[in-house]
Design a protein around this ligand. Sequence first.
Ligand code: RM4
Ligand code: MN
Ligand code: MN
Length: 431
Amino acid sequence: MPQESLPLEPYQLDAHNQQGNASHRRRYEHLLQEIGEATAETIVEKLIDFQIAIPSWALGTGGTRFGRFPGGGEPRNLEEKISDVGLLHALNRSSGAISLHIPWDIPKDGKAIQQLAASFDLKFDAVNSNTFQNQTNQELSYKFGSLQHTDAAVRRQAIEHNLDVIRQGEALGSKSLTVWLSDGSCFPGQLSFRKAFERTLEGLREIYAALPSDWKLFVEYKAFEPNFYSTTVGDWGQSYLYASKLGPQAYTLVDLGHHLPNANIEQIVALLLMEGKLGGFHFNDSKYGDDDLTAGSIKPYQLFLIFNELVDGMDANGMNHASDLGWMIDASHNVKDPLEDLLQSVEAIKLAYAQALLVDRPALEAAREANDAAQAQELLQDVFRTDLRPLLAEARLRAGAALVPIALFREAKIRQKLIESRGLKAVATGL
Ligand code: RM4
Ligand code: MN
Ligand code: MN
């Protein structure tokens, strides 16, 4: 592994872990007494396997329509983005995949890029198409939508773009395509809902037909923005309709920020899993809309409840937690160092996962059957309030990562090193 090309030396990681080891052991032993060694071992094993993909557009500051305030040292090209994800993975051993947005990141030489990623032990997760922005040199405009457009030539352009993204993904070893459309309308009367749906379905059918047989197609929904009256893939019902009509390789993708306020996302997840149609996840958190804030920063209990359903539903289907769903972060904003932010998101996701693994399912089932709402709440909240962070730290230690990734990031002055090598004015492509 070319760790020497990362702004982190192995000796720095070792020193960090040695320094924190005694207090970690104390906390871990204490937790073992509470939850038992066998349970702890099972959870630690599962945590080591669980990887969360990092999107290539989250490595720079972004996230608002107004201003961007880059903090310096942002990756200037795809190679540097891969190196940043490699760095995250070296720090936490939980970020072993990267998800590309085409055309923000077009690999010029697929093989070389794949090799670079492999040198950091990274795989390519879903590739994402982009028909929600006009690109320079693009012939026709997506102002009034892409796959739903009234003009067949615009629809053709959007379809061809998706076919091209599949080809790019194949060269990288990706196994899925995520389609998020901003298609919809801003004013009542602007659009025929039925025609928009049918045209979109027709386009998706052509894209679906071009999928390699071991690929999945993820249809991502979003309630509003940039269209504010209707969205053509607006909720899980519509996404489920498309995915069912397309066939067995098509699935719904849930982005946590894409619901109307107070939607019961855990229930959506449970039902999609029951139907075998949940394909992947975009993690972020929000207070109002698609805020794209750090996972777990606003509603950690909701994140736990979602994982509670994920674990329950995946187990009921005999699915592998680590590999049978696509796990990805989709967050990016202005005020934190993007790498620190991603480390926090990964930590929050893994914590919610660990908590869900600890739920006493037979007891919960018994409480439900007995209509004992108070006991059901006790069972869930008891787990939620147990501090499982020592399990995450133990999993990191065993996987060769840092005890406290964000602390090491600061101790090793990684951002300063990146600014020295890339400059203060470096700005990454993305939103
Ligand atoms: C959208 C959606 C997509 C993401 C873009 C950048 O709101 O979440 O998944 O690719 O933003
Ligand atoms: Mn998303
Ligand atoms: Mn979004």
